[in-house]
Design a protein around this ligand. Structure first.
Ligand code: SF4
Ligand code: SF4
Length: 83
């Protein structure tokens, strides 16, 4: 099934704590092989299946994740959607 959501990780803020990885229901977050300038392995999407649920951005202590969802074919930042 095609993804309905996706994330962008701000590697300036991510400290590789893996909270988002543990919290992601479909398990599509992993840790990248490369290091950030601060020396952390940042979070990244590792598979299809992101639902755009937003849990990862809620649990991130460093506000490093922005969640996007597809809405009627348009790509919309989840935080800007009206419930
Ligand atoms: S928005 Fe939800 S499904 Fe997508 S990466 Fe974050 S926790 Fe996982
Ligand atoms: S919860 Fe935030 S700081 Fe921790 S690994 Fe995920 S994106 Fe990085």
């Amino acid at each position: 099934m095609a993804s309905k959501g996706w994330i962008e990780v701000n590697e300036t803020y991510c400290k590789g704590c893996e909270l988002c990885k543990s919290a992601c229901p479909p398990g599509v977050i992993g840790m990248a092989d490369h290091l950030t300038p601060k020396g952390y392995h940042p979070a990244e999407l590792i598979a299809e299946g992101c639902t755009g649920c937003g849990i990862c951005t809620v649990v991130c202590p460093d506000a490093a994740i922005t969640v996007f969802r597809e809405l009627s074919g348009a790509k919309v930042r989840a935080a800007e959607m009206v419930a």
